[in-house]
Design a protein around this ligand. Structure first.
Ligand code: HEM
Length: 449
């Protein structure tokens, strides 16, 4: 096959074992492995078990894949494995289906809609901060996970008909997220092994999907759309060109996709932001001064957000350091990449996390330095080099939602509390969809107004 000859010229990452390929290296230290690949080349071959994958390690190639030559790629294997959970929701849909659904759903995430969701985000953040007492110890990653789940559940289901869905999200989503990566990374063959992780995952997935099905159907039947929540907006969405809407199953798949894509991501960023600020007193002081000047103790509103400039830089720097670990695509036709001709059907992976720590793009790439995003300095970072939400037609649809939520949560908490590391634990990155923190134990200390 001509294509295999061409593939042979692509350098292979060191350390491959017979049969296992690079699976052990990836399992032992996934983030270190992903970062090391750029030393082998711009396009690198790795083997996950027997599956050959090419990894793109430069910002330029990632731009080629996601923007310039995006039409020659579809979503890859990682997404096939989550299809039983999210069906053909936006993150998984391809081709024309993706284009029409994206057009239909985009208005649900329009700025004007986010203003409404921001009220829920702000109220929930105040409730959370008010529930603490001086000296209380909290597991920040857990608290932020609950905050992100509850906030998203409430922005989705605001009516009494939706209440069972809020309860199901609270109960089932943490179980799904915990077992998701294992499921996505293991061969399909293992899905039916009678082990606890499979049982938990299957039960939680079936439960969440069925409760949401019931809520979608009863909301439609009762004619109870029109509420300013994601459920109603999706039920009412109509294509401007064709007038077509989404079926109940499609609405369910979109809701599950959004729950899946929009909770761990925001929660992990928030937990890291608190961690980084506690370890960088100068940055923390500036955030506190800004929050006091812009908002004080009143609830944060969307109008405050553009003025919370330092908070924004802290969040940008946090997501640069601890972002999305691995994305995948598959070529739909032969593609020319980094001087190599790849055949159709080739799996390509890339790590936003690794590219955001590339020393060729960032000075002191491992240093937490929010000031690198100051006007005057941020221009030195090429546009393609900072893509925490991806790029092109598959760029995150929830980016503004997520940054609004994170800004509100950070400002609300810091107006009232200083979070201090509890000691006894060194927080480390653990690879999941994000490079999330393994554990962030902190003590809350009241700030004197
Ligand atoms: C820190 C927070 C977040 C990060 C870092 C993030 C990151 C990303 C990235 C990198 C992609 C592109 C994936 C690819 O190219 O394969 C994506 C897609 C997506 N995200 Fe997010 N996301 C975040 C929050 C959210 C939120 C809050 C929502 C919803 C409320 C959301 C919903 C989605 C959806 C539906 C897609 C698929 C879009 C499409 O294919 O058209 N995300 N996200």
């Amino acid at each position: 096959m001509a294509s295999s000859v061409a593939l042979d010229r692509i350098p292979t990452a060191p350390g491959a074992l017979p049969l296992l390929g690079h699976t052990l290296r990836l399992a032992r230290d996934p983030l270190g492995f992903l970062r090391s690949l750029r030393e082998t080349g711009e396009l690198v071959r790795v083997r996950i078990g027997t599956l050959p994958v090419c990894v793109a390690t430069s910002a330029g190639l990632i731009h080629q894949i996601t923007v310039a030559q995006a039409r020659s790629f579809e979503k890859g294997r990682l997404y096939d494995r989550v299809r039983p959970l999210v069906g053909n929701g936006l993150a998984n849909a391809g081709g024309e289906l993706h284009r029409t659904h994206r057009r239909l759903i985009q208005p649900v995430f329009h700025r004007s809609r986010i203003d409404g969701y921001a009220e829920v985000m702000s109220r929930r953040a105040v409730e959370l901060a008010d529930s603490w007492t001086d000296g209380r110890e909290i597991a920040v990653e857990q608290v932020m996970g609950e905050y992100a789940i509850e906030t998203l559940a409430e922005t989705m289901f605001s009516t009494d008909i939706g209440r069972p869905a809020v309860a199901a999200v609270r109960r089932d989503l943490p179980v799904i997220l915990k077992n998701m990566l294992l499921r996505a990374a293991s061969p399909r063959l293992l899905d039916h092994l009678p082990v606890r992780s499979n049982r938990d995952f299957d039960r939680a997935t079936a439960s969440l999907r069925s409760v949401i099905d019931t809520v979608v159907a009863s909301t439609r039947e009762a004619g109870r759309t029109g509420a300013p929540d994601l459920l109603s907006l999706l039920l009412d969405a109509r294509d401007e060109e064709t007038g077509a809407g989404l079926t109940d199953e499609e609405v369910r798949d979109e809701l599950v996709t959004i729950l899946f894509a929009g909770t761990e991501t925001t929660a992990s960023t928030l937990a890291w932001a608190f961690h980084e600020l506690a370890h960088h007193p100068e940055a923390e002081e500036r955030v506190l001064a800004e929050v006091d000047a812009v908002v004080g103790r009143r609830p944060v509103t969307v109008a405050d957000i553009p003025r919370l400039e330092h908070v924004r830089r802290v969040l940008d720097e946090t997501i640069r350091l601890h972002g999305v670990t691995l994305l995948m695509r598959r070529t739909t036709e032969p593609v020319e990449l980094a001087g190599h001709r790849l055949p159709a059907g080739m799996e390509i992976a890339f790590s936003l996390y690794a590219v955001h720590r590339d020393p060729a793009l960032y000075e002191n790439p491992d240093r937490f330095d929010p000031d690198r995003w100051l006007p005057g300095r941020r221009e030195s970072v090429p546009r393609e080099a900072f893509v925490p939400f991806g790029a092109g037609s598959r760029k995150c649809i929830g980016d503004a939602f997520s940054w609004t939520e994170a800004t509100i949560a950070l400002a609300t908490v810091l107006a009232r509390w200083r979070l201090r590391p509890t000691g006894g634990h060194t927080t480390r990155e653990a690879a999941s969809a994000m490079a999330h923190p393994d554990h962030v134990p902190m003590t809350v200390r009241a700030r004197t107004p």
